[in-house]
Design a protein around this ligand. Structure first.
Ligand SMILES: *Cc1c(COP(=O)(O)O)cnc(C)c1O
Length: 371
């Protein structure tokens, strides 16, 4: 345990494994444009996740923007959550959508179907619901689906955290009219930079593949497009890492268990964990803890930082505070954003570091309560 500890550490495959793919790339001089490694990774991911319509992209933000384009939401109102990474909302704004924030469920921290209903009553012209599977936990996809269907609009998902989570035996990425996942270096499965769109039909998959490559096939120009292709070097990283994914998931689960045991959540009202959606097999991509007050969170952070351990306030602040989004209030999201902290967690984290971190958190909590 030398040097500073951050909230996560990107997983790296054995260098020789990556090098073998790089040698292939050097031999073929095929660097990008849906090359053999990108096609291979796409096939492997489709099989691994059981998803027939998956398109690789250059990153998760472009994947979100492509999903927005696919569903023709540009220029329209989209109901979404303020408790997410900024990219969810900036992607909407970048595509000229107007985000309408619906508050979150205080237990799962995902968008609340009841709050979505209230927003839809105020904004009957909203064209879609965009949920976020926060921390790899699942939105109430069935509840949101019912509302979407009743209103004749699609539900789509920012599934950036959801790789490896399964709901009722199906990959969480499978839900919604479309979903976008991120393969950024800090995510549970990554390609350095990367992402994918999951579409719900062959036609839509082909549309995404067209849009991500300038909107033309050879000399046939079909639609305005963008460059969101994944390069061969990034695909090589994904191909090198995918075989380790199941093992990494097991390691994360074990580390989360160590945190659970050290943190003594059930008997201490000063801290709690988000509730996992029923039917979810969670990927344990993050270890969020909700403290009873922001003061307590700050005390815990100070304690950890004195030991060179740097947890992350994720997500903070609530995006209702964004200076460039319409001013709206979501009291639950605003409150929780001030009190939630993600503790360090990555597959190869030493068990004793998780135990030490958990113990430091409890010492800080207990010192506050004694004072
Ligand atoms: C990481 C992330 C994104 C953006 O993905 P990139 O691949 O970094 O562009 C979007 N939404 C959420 C919730 C994320 O965590």
């Amino acid at each position: 345990m030398n040097g500073p500890v951050f909230v996560t550490r990107p997983f790296l495959p054995p260098q020789e494994t990556y090098q073998r793919y790089v040698t292939e790339i050097f031999n073929s001089r095929n660097l990008t444009n849906n090359g053999p490694l990108a096609r291979q990774l796409e096939q492997n991911l489709k099989k691994f996740l059981g998803l027939p319509h998956l398109s690789l992209c250059a990153n998760g933000t472009l994947a979100l923007q492509l999903a927005i384009k696919l569903l023709r939401l540009n220029g329209k109102k989209v109901i979404t959550t303020p408790f997410t990474y900024v990219a969810t909302v900036s992607a909407l704004i970048w595509e000229n959508c107007e985000p309408v924030f619906a508050d979150i469920d205080p237990e799962t921290l995902c968008i609340s179907p009841a709050q979505v209903k209230l927003r839809l009553a105020r904004h009957p012209d909203a064209a879609a619901i965009m949920g976020v599977h926060v921390y790899g936990n699942a939105c109430d996809v069935y509840g949101l689906d019912d509302i979407a269907r009743a209103n004749g609009i699609p539900a789509l998902y920012d599934a950036a955290h959801a790789f490896g989570s399964a709901l009722d035996g199906q990959s969480l990425l499978a839900f919604g009219a479309a979903a976008a996942c991120s393969f950024h270096a800090t995510k549970i499965f990554h390609t350095g930079e990367g992402g994918c769109v999951i579409a719900s039909s062959q036609t839509q998959e082909e549309k995404i593949n067209l849009l991500r490559a300038f909107g033309h096939i050879g000399d046939n120009h079909i639609s305005p497009g963008i460059n969101a292709k994944m390069s061969e070097l990034h695909a090589a990283m994904g191909l090198s890492i995918l075989p380790f994914f199941a093992g990494n998931l097991a390691k994360l689960e074990r580390l989360a268990q160590i945190y659970d045991e050290t943190l003594d959540i059930s008997s201490n009202s000063a801290l709690r964990r988000p509730a996992v959606q029923p039917g979810l097999k969670w990927n344990h991509a993050y270890y969020p803890v909700i403290f009873s007050t922001q003061e307590l969170l700050k005390t815990v952070m100070d304690t950890l930082e004195r030991c060179d351990i740097h947890p992350r306030r994720y997500f903070y602040p609530s995006l209702t505070k964004l200076p460039y989004a319409p001013a709206q209030s979501c009291p639950v999201a605003e409150d929780i954003a001030q009190r939630v902290l993600c503790l360090p967690l990555w597959p190869d984290m030493e068990a004793c570091l998780a135990a030490k971190t958990g113990k430091l958190v409890m010492e800080a909590v207990n010192s506050c309560h004694a004072a």
